[in-house]
Write a protein that binds this ligand. Structure first.
Ligand code: SF4
Length: 415
C-alpha cells in the first residue's frame, strides 16, 4: 500500500510521523494532506534508512539539490561529495541526474547514503544507454529497475504528447524546449511517429509507481526557458494535461508533484502558482527557480532565489536549487554550496511571508546573537557555515565586540 492509500484509510504511517516531527506539527495534518493529494511524502518501500519530509500545502518550503555525472565527468566520488554537502546543508531531497558513467552504480550508492528522498529522471538513463534508439519496453524496464533500487520520486515527462508536439508548428517561442527529459521524449516521438509511451501507457506507469510507492514528479517539458516564453500556450497546454494525469494517479493512490518553470518575470510568478494549483487540483508544485531575468549568467543562483522567494511566498512547495554554473557548465562543489545557500534563503524568506515559519524561530534569535556578539550562535544559524567561518575569521579584530566593518565605531556597543 502507498502512503496515499494508507492515509485514505486513516492510517498515520511511521514516515508521516517522521515528517511531522521535522515540521513540528501534528501528524494528522500530514495524513489528511496526503489523503487529499495536497501533500506528498516521497518514500519508496525499498529506500532503507529514509527519513522522509513532507512537501505540500502548509509545510515549510523544501529545497532539492541536483548532482550527477555526465559524459567525460564520471567521477562517482566527486558526486558523492556533492551529496554529502547537500546533506550537511540540510537539503530536503536530492536528485541524481547522471547522464554518463556508471549510472546505476552511482544511484545505488546515493540511495544507500541518503537519508532524504532521492529523485531521478529515468529518461537520462535511457538516452545515456541507448541514445534515441530505445523502445517503450526499455523505458519501462529502466523505471522498474530504479524503483527496485529505492528511488523515491521520478521526474517523468508524461505531458509531452502528440498534441503538444503539434502546437509547436506555429510556435512563437524563442526556445521551443529547454527540458532535457522533455527533449528526449520530443525527439523520440518525432523519430518514431508515435505517441509518448509515458502518456500512452500511463496506467502501466501508475501500476509500477503504486507497487513501490514511487511519487511521480510530472515533468514540464515545455517549461519556459526564456522570459519571452513565460506563461504561453505551450506551457499552459501541458499544465492542463498534467492536471488530468494528476487525477488519474490519485485514482490509483499514487502520490504526485507537478513541476514548473523555468524563466518567469517577477510579475507573472503569482499567476503561475495560482494556475498550477487550480489546473492541477492542489497537487504540490515543484519549480526550477524560477529565474526572473535571462541575463544573470554566472549569478543565476541569485536570479533564481529572487523568483524562488516570491514563488514560495505565493504557495510553491519545493524549490529546485540553481547554481552560479547554470547555463554554463556542470556545477563544481563550490557552485553546489552557493546554490544550496541561495535556495535555502529563498525558501526561508518565502516561508516567513506565507506564515509557515515564525520570525521568532530563527530570525529574532539571529538578531539577538548579533546584538550580543554571540558569534557561535550566529554560526549555528548561518546556512553556509564554511563561508561564515572564513568571513568571520577575516573580519575578526582583537576586540570580539566589533568586526572589521565599523571597527571601534561599532554602533551596537552603546545602543
Ligand atoms: S562593527 Fe559594524 S558590521 Fe561589525 S558587528 Fe558591529 S555593527 Fe555589525
Amino acid at each position: 500500500m502507498t502512503q496515499m492509500a494508507k492515509a485514505r484509510e486513516g492510517i498515520i504511517t511511521e514516515e508521516m510521523k517522521i515528517a511531522a516531527q521535522y515540521e513540528g506539527i501534528d501528524p494528522e495534518i500530514i495524513r489528511k494532506g496526503v489523503a487529499e493529494g495536497t501533500i506528498v511524502v516521497p518514500a519508496n518501500i525499498n529506500h532503507k534508512g529514509l527519513k522522509p519530509r513532507a512537501i505540500g500545502k502548509g509545510m515549510k518550503t523544501k529545497i532539492n539539490t541536483n548532482f550527477g555525472m555526465s559524459r567525460g565527468k564520471e567521477d562517482q566520488e566527486y558526486e558523492l561529495e556533492k551529496l554529502q554537502l547537500s546533506l550537511d546543508m540540510n537539503s530536503d531531497t536530492v536528485m541524481d541526474l547522471s547522464i554518463g558513467g556508471d549510472i546505476k552504480g552511482l544511484l545505488k550508492r546515493v540511495i544507500e547514503k541518503s537519508p532524504v528522498a532521492v529523485g531521478t529522471v529515468p529518461a537520462y538513463q535511457m538516452i545515456a544507454e541507448k541514445g534515441i534508439f530505445f523502445t517503450a519496453e526499455d523505458f519501462f524496464e529502466a523505471i522498474i529497475d530504479q524503483a527496485k533500487l529505492g528511488v523515491d520520486y521520478m521526474t517523468l515527462h508524461c505531458g509531452v504528447n502528440q498534441s503538444s508536439l503539434k502546437l509547436l508548428d506555429d510556435s512563437k517561442r524563442i526556445m521551443n524546449c529547454v527540458s532535457r527529459g522533455g527533449g528526449v521524449m520530443l525527439n523520440w516521438m518525432k523519430k518514431n511517429g508515435t505517441e509518448n509511451p509515458l502518456f500512452e501507457y500511463y496506467d502501466r506507469l501508475l501500476d509500477i509507481a503504486a507497487e513501490y510507492d514511487v511519487t511521480l514528479s510530472l515533468g514540464d517539458g515545455f517549461r519556459p526557458g526564456s522570459i519571452h516564453d513565460a506563461t504561453d500556450k505551450h506551457q499552459i497546454h501541458e499544465l492542463r494535461i498534467l492536471g488530468e494525469l494528476t487525477l488519474r494517479a490519485w485514482e490509483k493512490n499514487v502520490q504526485v508533484m507537478v513541476e514548473g518553470p523555468g524563466h518567469v518575470p517577477l510579475d507573472q510568478i503569482a499567476t503561475n502558482v495560482k494556475l498550477q494549483k487550480t489546473l492541477c487540483h492542489g497537487a504540490p508544485f515543484y519549480v526550477l527557480g524560477p529565474l526572473v531575468t535571462d541575463i544573470g549568467a554566472g549569478y543565476d543562483h541569485i536570479t533564481a532565489a529572487i523568483g524562488g522567494a516570491v514563488a514560495a511566498w505565493h504557495g510553491v512547495d519545493m524549490l529546485c536549487y540553481v547554481t552560479p554554473a547554470e547555463h554554463l557548465r556542470l556545477p563544481a562543489l563550490i557552485d553546489v554550496r552557493e546554490g544550496i545557500a541561495a535556495t535555502k534563503i529563498a525558501a526561508h524568506a518565502g516561508d516567513l511571508a506565507k506564515g509557515v515559519t515564525s520570525y521568532s524561530e530563527k530570525d529574532n534569535v539571529m538578531s539577538r546573537a548579533r546584538k550580543d556578539y554571540d558569534w557561535e550562535k550566529q554560526r549555528e544559524l548561518a546556512f553556509d557555515k564554511i563561508k561564515f567561518d572564513k568571513y568571520q575569521k577575516d573580519g575578526e579584530q582583537g576586540d570580539k565586540k566589533q568586526c572589521s566593518m565599523c571597527g571601534e565605531y561599532c554602533p551596537m556597543r552603546e545602543s
